[in-house]
Design a protein around this ligand. Structure first.
Ligand SMILES: Nc1ncnc2c1ncn2[C@@H]1O[C@H](COP(=O)(O)OP(=O)(O)OP(=O)(O)O)[C@@H](O)[C@H]1O
Ligand SMILES: O=C(O)C1=C[C@@H](O)[C@@H](O)[C@H](O)C1
Ligand SMILES: [Mg+2]
Length: 186
């Protein structure tokens, strides 16, 4: 079964674009953060506070390991691509799109958000360092790098939908790590 994963730093648009892509493609949409919040009955800041970040990371991996076999769109949490195991799980079960946004755009979007514990506990420069540290892992996880700078949510959505359509139309297209077509952008 072929899933579509959206990865990238906090505020790059995974949730916003995932929703739009679902509307556009008629595929079901799941937001990992939301699924974990529903399952635990706690907010993300509460999970971090009560169990610690590492337990939250385990919950993300558990989600990837156990989520139903269904063609769907998944907005991952911003830290999901950091674990090698998670990158493998995603690449083996679908297509991975990295939403690559400049830090300046990202910071503007997330600076005042109360629901992102990492932003709450860090300065701008610490968050920027984290962005730089994570960048290569996002790239490594992805089949496609989507540059979102100066592109509206609709434009990014249409681009991803176009790539999905293009690949699903290929007679030899088989999801999986070896046969997965690579991005022309990468
Ligand atoms: N290309 C874009 N153009 C305009 N607004 C955008 C764009 N990408 C994201 N946004 C806006 O930025 C905000 C944050 O986006 P979103 O919540 O989708 O990020 P996210 O990647 O899901 O973050 P997190 O990892 O914390 O869940 C939203 O208000 C969204 O509408
Ligand atoms: O980038 C991160 O580490 C996070 C991003 C969010 O999606 C949430 O998963 C949580 O706030 C942690
Ligand atoms: Mg999100």
């Amino acid at each position: 079964m072929n899933k579509v994963y959206l990865v990238g730093f906090m505020g790059c648009g995974k949730s916003a674009i995932g929703k739009r892509l679902s509307f556009y493609t008629k595929l079901p949409f799941y937001d990992m953060d939301h699924e974990i919040v529903q399952k635990t009955g706690m907010t993300i800041p509460q999970i971090f506070e009560t169990y610690g970040e590492e337990r939250f990371r385990d919950m993300e991996t558990e989600f990837l390991q156990t989520f139903r076999d269904e063609m769907c769109i998944i907005a991952t949490g911003g830290g999901v691509a950091m674990r090698k195991e998670n990158r493998k799980l995603m690449r083996e079960s679908g297509l991975v799109f990295f939403l690559d946004a400049p830090f300046r755009d990202i910071w503007r979007r997330i600076a005042t958000d109360k629901n992102r514990p990492i932003v709450q506990r860090s300065t701008r420069s610490e968050v920027e360092k984290l962005y730089q540290k994570r960048y290569n892992a996002y790239k490594e996880s992805a089949h496609f790098v989507v540059l979102t700078r100066q592109r509206s949510l609709s434009k990014v959505t249409e681009y991803i939908a176009f790539q999905m359509e293009r690949l699903s139309g290929k007679p030899d297209f088989q999801p999986g790590p070896r046969s997965m077509p690579r991005s022309t952008q990468k």
